[in-house]
Design a protein around this ligand. Structure first.
Ligand code: NDP
Length: 450
């Protein structure tokens, strides 16, 4: 089956799933050259198998709010591929969550996890529950209700969830507690746990730090560095906060941060002190980013999710790090960034750039890193947390950080090498997809037709 036929088949099998189809198209088109060198992968229908979840669970979550009102949400777990290890991938709580969004995330996770070199399969899950505006008590009741079903389908050797949008330390604590109560066992069934109860140092920072380590590797390969560069960051959650922190550590200047209502532009740069304000605002007070502009007197622009472009990407800068959500940077945004001389775009979020935007960057020679390579530091460190749990060990901050740096360097090298080998030098998209694919394909071939 050729690329066009496979794409048509995937579209026909997964109608009404635009996000999943977008992620599938990007991979199908970019790994086409592999099948010329490896006809056995085509004969064994390896890619067709990867595009079909091994198992997908959907369930009802019923819970009561503080006023006693009953709510019904939908929960999911997509167990996409277990060829190289237990299913691994985060849980997302956001009203936009549906089967399409989770299938796209679980599909991307297969390749990302393979790239880390840690043995982990691909999975993802979550709910259309919106934690925003809910009390701690309500979030706890929801997490307990969610886990009362999910607990049957996960375990530390089979499927190990983590956080994602809307699921941070608070939610993981409540879900881990509920799992432990139901199963009567203390195991590393979640990653992102608290430091005193099985968590790993650096896991909180890992995705953002890893992203900037990866970007620094990309720039160094061109004899350049992040030092002195003006950087745009979108989002103000976990990934954005630690991306900004590492940009500061490496001498760059981060000038933006955003949430779903708008973005701040701080021409003077976000300092560590200002970043601490963002962390407190978002992680403890759960406020809006607009407060930053009021506190530090800088510009704030409200954004409209239905607009044809996002004005954050019109701010002049040399580096851009989309760290909020999928499809937050489209073809028009890419043109604006290119016009302003952007040199590097590295994705902290999953699939934040549309296919049109990606093509614009690659055509114009902008260094572009897909999230499955550049944001893999989070899941890689989750893998390190799992290893520590299996061993009963606690590694130091320095040790985990050194391993994270080394993993990001290896992913960078593996992506560049695969891109070169398959005739697309410097194309990190092709390189990351191919390097991840071949690793999982080899395992699937060895394990037979299952
Ligand atoms: P958080 O929930 O901590 O933060 C998400 C941020 O993005 C918030 O600022 C949020 O604003 C904003 N956002 C979310 N949805 C939208 C939307 N529809 N439109 C505009 N803004 C939005 O999540 P994370 O930082 O953990 O995740 C961010 C991205 O990184 C996601 O794509 C996630 O899949 C990816 N990722 C996360 C990893 C991790 O370790 N956490 C690992 C690898 C990838 P608001 O507060 O207004 O909702």
């Amino acid at each position: 089956m050729n690329t066009a036929e496979l794409l048509a088949q995937v579209r026909q099998r997964n109608p009404h799933e635009p996000e999943f189809l977008q992620a599938a198209q990007e991979v199908i088109e970019s790994i086409a050259p592999v099948f010329e060198k490896h006809p056995e992968f085509a004969r064994l229908k390896i890619l067709e198998r990867m595009l079909e979840p091994e198992r997908m669970i959907s369930f009802r979550v019923t819970w009561q709010d503080d006023r006693g009102e009953v709510h019904v949400n939908r929960g999911y777990r997509v167990q996409m591929n277990s060829a190289i290890g237990p299913y691994k991938g985060g849980l997302r709580f956001h009203p936009s969550v549906n089967a399409s969004v989770l299938k796209f995330l679980a599909f991307e996770q297969i390749f990302k996890n393979a790239l880390t070199g840690v043995p982990m399969g691909g999975g993802k899950g979550g709910s259309d529950f919106d934690p925003k505006g809910k009390s701690d008590n309500e979030v706890m009741h929801f997490c307990q209700a969610f886990m009362s079903e999910l607990a049957r389908h996960i375990s530390h050797r089979m499927d190990v969830p983590a956080g994602d949008i809307g699921v941070g330390a608070r939610e993981i604590g409540y879900m881990f507690g509920a799992y432990k109560k139901i199963k009567n066992e203390f195991t590393g069934v979640f990653t992102g746990k608290g430091i005193g109860w099985g968590g790993s140092l650096i896991r909180t920072e890992a995705t953002g730090y890893g992203l900037i380590y990866f970007a620094e590797n990309m720039l160094q390969a061109k004899g350049d560095s992040i030092k002195g560069k003006t950087c745009l960051v979108s989002g103000s959650g976990n990934v954005a906060q630690y991306a900004i922190e590492k940009i500061i550590h490496l001498g760059g200047k981060a000038v933006t941060a955003s949430d779903s209502n708008g973005f701040i532009y701080d021409e003077n740069g976000i300092t560590q002190e200002k970043l601490e304000f963002i962390k407190d605002l978002k992680n403890n007070r759960r406020g809006r980013i607009q407060e930053y502009a009021e506190k530090f007197t800088c510009s704030y622009t409200a954004t409209d999710p239905n607009a044809d472009h996002n004005p954050l990407w019109s701010v002049p800068a040399q580096c851009a790090f989309p760290c909020a959500t999928q499809n937050e940077l489209n073809g028009k945004d890419a043109k604006n960034l290119i016009q302003n001389g952007v040199k590097l775009v590295a994705e902290g979020a999953n699939m934040p750039t549309t296919i049109e935007g990606i093509n614009a960057f690659i055509d114009q020679g902008v260094l572009y890193a897909p999230g499955k390579a550049s944001n893999a530091g989070g899941v890689a460190t989750s893998g390190l947390e799992m290893t520590q749990n299996y061993m009963g060990a606690n590694w130091s901050r320095e040790e985990v950080d050194a391993r994270l740096r080394s993993i990001m360097k290896d992913i960078h090298e593996a992506s560049l090498k695969a891109a070169q080998k398959f005739g697309k030098p410097d194309n990190y998209l092709v390189g990351a997809n191919i390097a991840g694919f071949i690793k999982v394909a080899n395992a699937m071939q060895a394990q037979g037709v299952i």
